[in-house]
Unconditional design. Structure first.
Length: 192
């Protein structure tokens, strides 16, 4: 018998990571608008960290049926990454998937807590001349110090925006500049 997640568990998994893929090398949004105003598109999946049934990848016979279908055994991924983790059991281990989940939940929380501050910092450093030589700023919010720097990589036509919070959390976002529109496009994001 397969221990599937309930609809509520799936929804919790998606919400805890802001409806983004939990693979830190992907972080693709998994939900968006549909033409029908009353509906949304979902390309995300609630995947089991340890398999839902015997014979599945990463199956753990030592956990109960309730644990197998609980939120703690799930990870929210896009369709591609859901297939990816079930294609190589050794590479995509239980410990790696748990780390992805933890990192993605931390990133979602930081997005909620720090978004307005980071947007202000991004806007203040949007001129391309700042990126060529690298620039940095440090701000204090209450008892928290947030520092950031931006470094331009001329060979790759990209720049890295790095944010470090005084508790040691660091987020690196890599952008490329669209040569036609001049818009910045995120090509990678990671917690370090």
């Amino acid at each position: 018998m397969r221990d599937d997640f309930s609809p509520i568990t799936k929804q919790i998994l998606a919400r805890r990571v802001g409806y983004r893929c939990s693979n830190p090398n992907c972080r693709k949004p998994t939900s968006g608008p549909q033409e029908d105003l009353g509906k949304a598109i979902n390309i995300g999946v609630a995947a089991h960290i340890t398999a839902a049934s015997a014979g599945g990848l990463r199956f753990d016979p030592n956990i109960s049926s309730e644990e197998r279908k609980s939120q703690s055994n799930g990870i929210w991924l896009c369709q591609n990454c859901g297939k990816l983790i079930d294609s190589d059991e050794k590479r995509y281990s239980v410990s790696l998937l748990q780390r992805w989940k933890s990192l993605s939940e931390q990133a979602a929380l930081l997005d909620l807590e720090m978004d307005s501050t980071f947007n202000g910092l991004r806007q203040s450093n949007s001129a391309s001349q700042d990126f060529k030589n690298g620039s940095g700023t440090q701000v204090n919010i209450g008892n928290t110090t947030i520092g950031h720097k931006t470094v331009y990589n001329q060979h790759a036509s990209e720049f890295v925006y790095e944010v470090k919070i005084d508790n040691g959390v660091k987020i690196k976002t890599t952008f490329q500049i669209n040569p036609v529109t001049g818009a910045r496009v995120i090509v990678g994001q990671e917690l370090a």
